[in-house]
Design a protein around this ligand. Sequence first.
Ligand SMILES: Nc1nc2c(ncn2[C@@H]2O[C@H](COP(=O)(O)OP(=O)(O)OP(=O)(O)O)[C@@H](O)[C@H]2O)c(=O)[nH]1
Ligand SMILES: [Zn+2]
Length: 190
Amino acid sequence: MTKISHEHKEQIETGTRNLLQAIGDNPNRDGLLETPERVFKAYSEIFAATGETQFNNYKLFPTDQETDMVIVADIPFYAMCEHHLLPFFGTVSVGYIPDGEIIGLSKIPRLVDWAARRPSVQENMTALICSEMERITHPKGVAVYIQSRHMCMEMRGINRPGTYTTTSLYKGLLKTDTLLRQEFMMKVRD
Ligand SMILES: Nc1nc2c(ncn2[C@@H]2O[C@H](COP(=O)(O)OP(=O)(O)OP(=O)(O)O)[C@@H](O)[C@H]2O)c(=O)[nH]1
Ligand SMILES: [Zn+2]
């Protein structure tokens, strides 16, 4: 994943100082002196895949075995909502029915991290993981299910701690075959 370029370091640091000043704090007090640089470092990680449209860090293996469905369930993720720049976090479950090619299993959590490391909303993150699984593995079907808590709904605004939002997207056989879809949901839902 690319990082925020060094030429943008100054921009983020100045922005952070302005923000601290605007909320009524003093960016020059001891406790805040290194904060702008820390924010730059943190955002470099948290937003590392901003603007990237294709996930490239994967490996495929040919297979002539018949496999009904491969599921990687409960992959933890942390992302930032694009409306408030506050965290939303939870788990992603990905299922797919291979068609002659399988993806290295660890690449699925890597895909989830890549999709999460940009300002986004849960629905778009769900769609991005799903469309990249389709593009990369050319499967007979894909399912993506996300369960997430949104800090913008918990620590401000409507203030509803503990509420969960679920989103899902089904393609191919997992959209058209109710039994397969039920099997996926049974395996990923507690
Ligand atoms: N659909 C969707 N909405 C989200 C997501 N993250 C945050 N939101 C919502 O984005 C909306 C933004 O609404 P606005 O009315 O523009 O912003 P706001 O005044 O801060 O809204 P409140 O949160 O209701 O105080 C809110 O309803 C948030 O709950 C997400 O991942 N998906
Ligand atoms: Zn939000």
